[in-house]
Design a protein around this ligand. Structure first.
Ligand code: PMV
Length: 311
């Protein structure tokens, strides 16, 4: 692995997208696929960006402006002035960019690492994460910080936003969890979907607080089930989390169809993951055979399907 490239991971949310925005805990797992960034200095001032990341169709076109904004916010936060000294950034890696996988966070965290490396700054992981958070604002407006934290630290994390710095804790798993995830091929705007949820909440606080209270019980039970290695319960709770997200109106027919297909093929739990209204879903499988069967069932419906393991 060349030392002049720096990595940051994608992520899947096991429990808590959207609810996490309202300062309740969520559980997130990094995937092993990563984005890397190489920084080279130019002779002239300016910013050149080469984006070699694989992506689902239309993702890069749709996210281009947000991506440039995110890069500029990260560079500003780090005090990098490309009007004084030009740089060329080359993004690559094996993380396929799709709505829901945390590709935006992986991009800005890999950029923060590249600046740290190029300028021999000895930044701490918390400083890298903070730079990633600033960059995420370019994509998300008001991100919870879950994606950049997963991109920076990897592993399985319990994450909670607070009025100050977020609280997060790494969790170890008694046994690996086999995952299949699939993209609907639809790229959603996180800013818009998060904004719609906020508007619905403000229009009916009682409705939202009822869903939030149900979610709070679910995530604590989910964490306990993960710690106990009780995947059947984890799966059941993922199904319930999906139902809450449907009530929140962030799922869609394409996601619901994929979730249903995964369950029919033997998944012990399945839910949308990330922003929703497109984006991704994920399913957990008890054995390798069932993981293969779920992937096959999803391939019949989804433009892209991946298998991974949280270990
Ligand atoms: O779609 P993604 O991978 O960007 O995930 C967004 C997660 C949300 O909870 C919907 C927003 C947030 O800032 O946490």
């Amino acid at each position: 692995f060349p030392s002049d490239k720096t990595r940051a991971f994608g992520k899947l949310i096991l429990f808590g997208e959207h609810f996490v925005v309202y300062k309740v805990p969520a559980l997130v797992g990094a995937v092993s696929a990563y984005t890397d960034c190489e920084l080279q200095y130019l002779d002239e001032p300016g910013l050149e960006v080469v984006d070699n990341r694989p992506a689902v169709p239309n993702y890069k076109q749709q996210k281009y402006d947000e991506g440039m904004e995110a890069i500029n916010l990260t560079l500003n936060h780090l005090g990098v002035d490309t009007k004084k000294r030009g740089i060329k950034l080359t993004f690559g890696g094996d993380l396929c960019c799709a709505s829901g996988i945390g590709a935006s966070a992986a991009q800005v965290v890999s950029l923060a690492r590249a600046v740290n490396h190029a300028e021999s700054r000895s930044m701490t992981e918390d400083e890298i994460n903070a730079a990633g958070y600033e960059g995420e604002k370019g994509y998300h407006g008001t991100p919870s910080g879950i994606d950049n934290t997963a991109a920076t630290f990897g592993g399985l994390l319990r994450f909670q936003r607070t009025d100050g710095a977020p609280i997060f804790e790494k969790k170890s798993l008694p046994s690996p969890i086999r995952i299949v995830y699939a993209s609907t091929g639809i790229t959603a705007s996180t800013t818009k979907v998060v904004g719609d949820v906020k508007a619905k909440k403000e229009a009916d606080e009682a409705w939202f607080s009822n869903l939030l209270e149900q979610y709070k019980v679910l995530v604590d039970d989910g964490q306990k089930a993960i710690e106990d290695g009780d995947l059947v319960t984890v799966g059941k709770l993922m199904d319930q989390n999906h139902a809450l997200l449907q009530e929140l109106t962030v799922s869609c027919k394409e996601l619901d169809d994929l979730v249903a297909a995964a369950r029919s093929a033997g998944a012990i739990g399945a839910k949308m993951s990330g922003t929703g209204r497109g984006g991704l879903m994920l399913a957990i499988a008890p054995t390798e055979e069932i993981q293969d069967a779920v992937a096959k069932a999803l391939e019949a419906l989804a433009p892209q399907v991946w298998k991974t393991t949280f270990a």
